[in-house]
Design a binder for this molecule. Structure first.
Ligand code: GLA
Length: 754
């Protein structure tokens, strides 16, 4: 069913539905908005106002005389603090009289086809207006002449509601918004497990689960970027929900700066979810007729298990958040020189690496850090985006010409937001960094953060980047960001606007991205922040893929990529094959397993292929031709998690083509054990009535057998080492860190006759 928004005039009930999901709230007689239901669809022609229960309780504060109505006991659409609601608020404003109590009541609403864009912020979008409907409720705080617009978009496909809020000051005196959340959702119970994706540099997005309890469960970032530490996505699942069945919500913030997502369970076992900019250190001054626009938050719902929830996120992020030329295109196989050379290279070294890569079938050569200014280590050069003539006598244009002559595309690394003190940019503009006057700012990796809240700073970096991009033939940019933001003070803002700096900074980053993608629409952007420190939905609007982690060890990557897959599509996950021993964990993982992990991502090589032996180079050539043949399926197929690395020694996942005729299963065993138990994996997403052929490395039990989809899904795919009793027929045993890909193809009717 197409998305619909029903509004009953008499009871003022707003019902957003797409036939499988309903989101319902009502306007109470006093104008406050109260939430009634979000979850499995209910019929649009019924009234649900009886779910608003009012009954006397001790210690209740009631805003209206002669009524037991209290905001504390009523699910709110957008709670505010200071009157009878004691939970964490969605909105807090410091008014001219010093009070912080707001009272917003519904004044009007509009319903429109499609989805309006958000000014200066990333957001999901529609390609045609039948894909979604948008309800905007305008509320008013009469005392202070403030307007609050709560926006809700329901999509026809996928159970998704996109929300944002906008605050406008129509009063003559300035007000300060100190908390403007993007989403507030009051749920009627607290029987949920909270799933967050947390970690640190090198171990990003590890799944952490816990049961909600009375009190606050929260994640967030105050680091100026979404961070390695916590990702702006949280899932809430029912205790019985697993990958294949059961109810769950997903909450994601389409934002790359300071954020918070929290669940507050009150003493009546109700749960309030908030998602938005982190209120700590934030405030936004609104002069007469100025407005503040919150980022977008997404609410996704399923009753079909976590794989289904993830697939809704994947489709949305891949097709209606990512944009541009590369959105639907399989991504080039690249070779990045960073782990091969670090800072130690010149033009000849690079061409040598690229030549070997070309010989193996690589399509894109990426020159990483170290090509500009006086950068021979990480102490100098950031900010001077001009090629170093000693290393690259013919500039980036000259190098890109040679790379093209080899028959490859070329890509380049930038870290636009940063500066070293040892740089011409800093020497010319020492006031362009974020720092508090009179205090010594923190350095991180010897670098300082440029004040991207200032237009002239963004302008200067844009001009330098365009000079390179205009003269050289480049088709890819890796945009890095290698330190968290401290000393977040802008010398261009007055004292009372300093708490705006962190958000203005991110708006500056978004602006630079937007201008570059508009001017160079065919360049593929890959975002990066010391690996996955800014792997968030906001970035996907500009860069359809992101370097997932600086930890490129395949075994470490199992957890990182598995955790990432809960919200992010495979086409967004930068995953490369690097050398052994691995530079981050010193582990020796066989080449086939490194490739079998990296092919579930935007794949490439992070090493000098000249360093490999002949037989390894043959393997690399096979891997690349396999990737080229299957990347459409791997990157854009329907992805299912099968066995979790967070639960045991074996990880598996699979992708299935849209027509269910092809699938690839990735199976990975961390440690080898003697005399292992028999094992099977139940597959997902196949056509139960279709017969399939299965091929894998070496012999396997299906050699002479074409199983039906239902057999593979209900009984399972045999993954035991025993190989149907034919001991020793496997090509090779690898011991630890082994893996296999199973290629599954529908048997055409004529083949069945053979
Ligand atoms: C970060 C990135 C790496 C590499 C280096 C270069 O750590 O994550 O991939 O680009 O910077 O300095």
């Amino acid at each position: 069913m197409e998305a619909q928004i029903f509004v009953s005039d008499d009871s003022k009930v707003f019902h957003l539905t797409n036939g499988s999901f309903s989101y319902i709230f009502q306007c109470l007689p006093d104008g406050h908005l109260s939430h009634l239901w979000s979850g499995k669809a209910v019929r649009p022609d019924a009234q649900y106002t009886h779910f608003h229960e009012i009954y006397p309780r001790p210690m209740t504060s009631c805003p209206n005389e002669n009524s037991w109505y209290s905001q504390e006991h009523t699910a709110q659409e957008y709670g505010t603090f200071g009157s009878s609601d004691f939970r964490s608020p969605a909105l807090e404003i410091r008014h001219p009289d010093g009070s912080t109590l707001s009272d917003f009541r519904l004044k009007s609403w509009t319903i429109q086809e499609g989805k309006p864009a958000l000014k200066r912020l990333p957001a999901t979008y529609c390609e045609d207006s039948t894909e979604a409907k948008t309800l905007e409720c305008t509320l008013w705080d009469e005392k202070n002449n403030l307007e609050l617009v709560l926006s809700y978009t329901i999509f026809s496909r996928g159970n998704v509601i996109a929300r944002n809020s906008r605050l406008i000051n129509h009063g003559q005196q300035p007000v300060y918004a100190t908390d403007v959340q993007s989403l507030c959702l009051d749920l009627p119970d607290n029987d949920y497990e909270w799933m967050q994706f947390s970690g640190a540099w090198g171990r990003e997005r590890h799944l952490k689960n816990r049961k909600l309890e009375q009190g606050i469960t929260a994640i967030g970032s105050r680091r100026g970027h979404s961070s390695h530490n916590h990702n702006p996505v949280v899932l809430l699942k029912r205790p019985y929900t697993d990958e294949t069945q059961g109810e769950a919500f997903g909450i994601a913030l389409v934002y790359s700066g300071n954020f918070q997502i929290q669940a507050e369970c009150d003493t009546y076992d109700q749960t309030r979810i908030l998602a938005g900019i982190h209120p700590d250190g934030f405030s936004w001054k609104l002069e007469f007729e100025e407005e503040f626009q919150s980022p977008e938050a997404l609410l996704v719902w399923t009753d079909q298990g976590l794989n289904d929830l993830s697939q809704t996120f994947h489709a949305l992020f891949q097709k209606r958040l990512a944009r541009g030329y590369w959105r639907d295109r399989p991504r080039p196989i690249l070779n990045n020189n960073w782990e091969a050379t670090m800072f130690d290279f010149d033009e000849e070294t690079l061409v040598k690496i690229a030549s070997k890569a070309k010989e193996c079938g690589v399509e894109l050569f990426v020159l990483d850090d170290g090509w500009f200014g006086d950068r021979r280590n990480d102490k100098a050069g950031l900010g001077d985006w001009v090629a170093n003539p000693t290393l690259l006598p013919h500039g980036i244009a000259g190098l890109s010409k040679r790379i093209h002559e080899l028959g490859m595309e070329m890509g380049l690394w930038f870290e636009p937001e940063m500066v070293n003190k040892d740089s011409n940019l800093y020497r010319q503009h020492p006031d362009w960094i974020l720092e508090v006057p009179g205090r010594t700012p923190c350095q991180g990796r010897n670098q300082f953060v440029l004040d991207f809240s200032r237009q002239e700073v963004v302008e200067a970096i844009y001009t330098m980047m365009c000079a390179i991009l205009d003269e050289a033939d480049l088709s890819y940019i890796k945009w890095d960001m290698n330190r968290s933001i401290t000393d977040c003070y802008s010398s261009a803002l007055p004292a009372d606007r300093q708490p705006e700096t962190a958000h203005r900074y991110i708006l500056g980053v978004y602006q630079l991205y937007e201008r570059l993608i508009q001017r160079y629409p065919k360049i593929l952007f890959e975002s990066c922040a010391s690996g996955g420190g800014r792997f968030d939905p906001g970035m996907l609007y500009y860069a359809p893929q992101a370097w997932c982690s600086d930890d490129s060890d395949a075994i470490e990557r199992l957890k990182i990529q598995y955790g990432t897959s809960y919200a992010y599509p495979i086409s967004s996950i930068g995953a490369h094959i690097s050398e052994i021993p691995n530079q981050q964990v010193y582990r020796n993982v066989p080449l086939h397993t490194r490739a079998n992990v990296a092919c579930f991502g935007t794949s490439g090589y992070e090493l000098d292929l000249n360093s490999l032996a002949e037989d390894e180079l043959e393997q690399v050539k096979e891997q690349i031709s396999f990737m080229k043949k299957n990347r459409e399926l791997l990157q854009f197929g329907k992805f299912y998690r099968l066995q979790s690395p967070f639960d045991g020694n074996v990880t598996s996942w699979m992708v299935v083509s849209k027509d269910q005729k092809e699938a690839i299963v990735g199976w990975y065993r961390t440690l080898s054990h003697a005399n292992q138990p028999a094992s099977k994996i139940r597959l997902q997403g196949l056509d139960p009535n279709c017969r399939y052929t299965i091929t894998t490395q070496g012999c396997h039990p299906y050699q002479n057998h074409r199983p039906y989809g239902d057999e593979l899904m209900n009984i399972g795919l045999i993954t035991s080492d025993g190989l149907c009793g034919q001991v020793g027929v496997m090509d090779k045993y690898y011991g630890d860190f082994d893996s296999r890909l199973f290629l599954i193809k529908a048997v055409e009717p004529e083949e069945l006759l053979v």
